[in-house]
Design a protein. Sequence first.
Length: 286
Amino acid sequence: MKISERTISALGCIVTGNSGISLYNSGPQLVRFFNELGANDAYGQGFPSRWAYAEEKIRDLNGTTRLVEVFHSVLDPRNFLETKFSLEPVVEYLNGYLKYDGYELVRHGETYRVREIHGALVELEVPSQETGEIGYMFIDEQIKKCDLKIFEGDYDGAITNARSLLEAVLVEVEGRVSGERVPYDGDLLKLYRRVQRLLELDPGRKDVSNTLRQMLSGLTSVVSGLAGLRNMMSDAHASTSRPSKHHAKLAVNASKTVADFVLEVFMRQTNSENITEETAPESGIG
């Protein structure tokens, strides 16, 4: 992530509290803040002005993934507890600058995350962490990896994690519905076809409409294409060609769509019967 000098100054004002819409941070507090992000500084005699120090540290992180962590740390809702300040004005202030750099802050649960303005991804509706349904922790980790790798430009890695996400969901659903763990041999399409039969999603069924049959057949084609794309382009194998951003987004969005559909059908058919976080996939995927 790389931002302009004006945005660096704006972010520095929020970090220091000089903006008037965020909490004031003293020199020692600023040192502690940036040390938690990888710096190794000490506060003492000769310490520069607070704004100069903050901007210098942000400038050092500019163009790296650590800059994203600065935004996430600044926008942690806990920073605003028991203060007169609120999170939303800070987000609005920073977005006023970020839009000229091609980024924006968007709500993610209780906080905000940075994303590219033209990099929106399909969101997979993951069962809540509180209910602990169907391997939440592992699935959520794969989603975050997919999105972060696209953001970082690691399109090979994004495709690998897109397949890992779908594999995780399919392995978990198959084990839950069938009551046994079938050894996964890496054949994604074969795994999907087994889950397809277990959830009665076979497009060959005579009791489904032609429209639904086409859509179910299309999902099979998507899974087959995802497996082929991963073999050809991902970082899991010697790539025969290098993927572009639109290839990675296609793989990630396709994986999320199929995984979301399978999860929805599974939970409807089983009345949302829970699978605890401890039952994360044991297929060795990652």
